[in-house]
Design a protein around this ligand. Structure first.
Ligand code: CP
Length: 322
């Protein structure tokens, strides 16, 4: 492979959305909208997408694989690292180098923060970060932005409440950073043990993003929310399981807490849900988490195309729609 092509491809990796401009985010939303209109095409015929999941996943892996399949690509990979030669001592670098020689793009979830960045530095093909430890989850954020825009008609000037595990929840970290272009007001609702880390509050300060911290979680506190972003307490990140037991059920959204909600308010959750949202809420007009997960398909179709250098214009002019 020519060196110039190699550099260009490396630069297309998606490790975080933090560096994306407002225009780039809006562009990706427009591309995802094209895929929502026509998700079945052959625009990726001849391509191979690898999904390497070193941590469990339902939505992210299956929606990436569905995205690739519906666009005509073939998919290789693993859902469980125990079946790989990593168990024999093979390094992440060697694994990435090998898979790069088989696939055109690698979607990777890893338990170590920074693993996606590292992979993007060694891989000759684009890496898409499907979650690295408690750090970032940019493809989730892309579908979250798509969903927020879809439900609110805009990304600008919204009150976004983030509830639950704000310490270990990579989805809230990613979303907070990507929203910096859109003048949000964040409300962080978490127990002390799971508060939004100082580094993200400093990020808010640096970019002039307003935020308020709460511990109460009741109808009055959330009455002016446009988006109520619930999160699971990330059991797998706790060093002390007694601490997990103390905080795991602290914030349960109950139906009667929606009595003062704005009509436009939508409840999002990256899922899986454990004990954060009462099931009776699923039938209310506020619940939007299953549509949010479905949007993952269109957002991830856009992201795979983007890292492969396929443009919005290419997608609009695509003649392979099925
Ligand atoms: N939202 C999300 O990352 O879900 P999975 O862990 O099931 O992929």
């Amino acid at each position: 492979m020519k060196k110039s092509k190699l550099i260009a491809m490396k630069n297309r990796s998606l490790v975080t959305l933090a560096g994306h401009t407002r225009e780039k985010i809006e562009y990706l939303i427009r591309m995802a909208q094209e895929f929502e209109k026509y998700p079945n095409r052959r625009i990726l015929a001849g391509k191979v997408v690898a999904t390497l999941f070193f941590e469990p996943s339902t939505r992210t892996r299956l929606s990436f694989e569905t995205a690739a399949n519906r666009l005509g690509a073939r998919v290789i990979g693993f859902a469980d690292p125990k079946v790989t030669s990593g168990t024999k001592g093979e390094t992440l670098k060697d694994t990435i180098m090998m898979v790069s020689s088989y696939a055109d793009v690698i979607v990777m979830r890893h338990f170590l923060e920074g693993a996606a960045l590292y992979a993007s530095e060694v891989a000759p093909v684009p890496i898409v970060n499907a979650g690295d430890g408690a750090n970032q989850h940019p493809s989730q954020t892309m579908l979250d932005l798509y969903t927020i825009n879809q439900t609110q008609g805009t990304l600008d000037n919204l009150n976004i409440y983030m509830v639950g595990d704000l310490k270990y929840g990579r989805t809230v970290h990613s979303l907070l950073m990507a929203m910096r272009h859109f003048n949000p007001t964040f409300h962080f609702i978490a127990p002390d043990e799971l508060a939004m880390p100082a580094v993200y509050k400093r990020y808010c300060d640096e970019y002039g993003i307003k935020y308020v911290e709460h511990q109460d979680f009741d109808a009055d506190t959330i009455s002016d929310a446009d988006i109520l972003y619930m999160t699971r307490v990330q059991k797998e990140r706790f060093a002390d399981l007694d601490e997990y037991e103390r905080v795991k059920d602290r914030y349960l959204l109950k139906k009667d807490m929606l009595c003062k909600a704005r009509p436009n308010m939508k409840i999002l959750h990256p899922l899986p849900r454990v004990n954060e949202i009462e099931y009776s809420i699923d039938d209310t007009p506020y619940a939007y988490y299953f549509q949010q997960a479905q949007n993952g398909l269109y957002a991830r179709q856009a992201l795979i195309c983007d890292v492969l250098g396929i443009t919005l214009e290419d997608v609009k002019n695509d003649k392979t729609i099925l």
